[in-house]
Design a protein around this ligand. Structure first.
Ligand code: GRF
Length: 207
């Protein structure tokens, strides 16, 4: 795979994962070039981070489009115009439609703050606490048309402590997210992710 990969990031909120990608790319520690940041939320803090890093930003607000399909069409056109080679979802709060995924032609990754398939969807850390699990963690996966349901690339656990709140558990998981997500991107960029159905094998480092 030719690197750096032209990479887009979709965001809806705070953007700490986006900031981690910006920092690593700037330091030359990740073989990606950030060329697009898209959002459904005009006020997302993540957009300010992208703008101050000089990355082209565009907002695709649902209210501006007649249908979700029209919105996704516009998003896909923009990404293709920018010759995307990799798309990273980082706190993007919408499900991408089947048409988008089938026609994208570039890999799409997401990070989720639980050990999937446990606790997909919103408030994963709150769900984990409510269920009473003793370990949780995060998952980097390929995106399919379902909700946090695509083939799993990497997972890492964190303990759930008796005194945990949603905030303390989220913070513990987020620290791991910021390490695990770039690791998955590195493996992808190095051509070391081999997909076979739902299973993703990490190939040995080529000599
Ligand atoms: C992260 O916990 C991520 O796993 C989830 O949404 C959160 C985004 O945080 N998908 P941030 O916007 O990257 O700070």
């Amino acid at each position: 795979m030719r690197t750096p990969l032209r990479t887009g990031v979709l965001v809806s909120g705070r953007g700490s994962n986006l900031q981690m990608f910006i920092d690593l790319a700037q330091k030359g520690e990740l073989p990606i070039e950030l060329v697009a940041v898209g959002s459904d939320q005009a006020g997302a803090q993540a957009l300010a981070r992208a703008r101050s890093a000089g990355i082209p930003v565009r907002v695709f607000a649902p209210a501006d489009y007649p249908s979700p399909q029209a919105r996704e069409e516009s998003l896909l056109t923009w990404l293709k115009e920018r010759q995307m080679e990799l798309l990273l979802l980082a706190g993007y709060m919408r499900i991408l439609g089947e048409g988008f995924i089938q026609r994208a032609g570039f890999p799409i990754l997401n990070i989720h703050p639980s050990l999937l398939p446990a606790f997909p969807g919103l408030h994963a850390q709150r769900q984990a606490l409510a269920y009473g699990v003793k370990v949780s963690g995060c998952t980097v996966h390929f995106v399919d048309q379902g909700l946090d349901s695509g083939p799993i690339i990497l997972q890492e656990t964190v303990p759930v402590l008796p005194e945990d709140t949603e905030e303390t558990l989220s913070a513990r998981i987020l620290t791991v997210e910021h390490r695990l997500y770039p690791e998955a991107v590195r493996l992808l960029a190095a051509g070391r992710l081999e997909r076979s159905g739902r299973r993703v094998r990490v190939a040995e480092r080529s000599r």
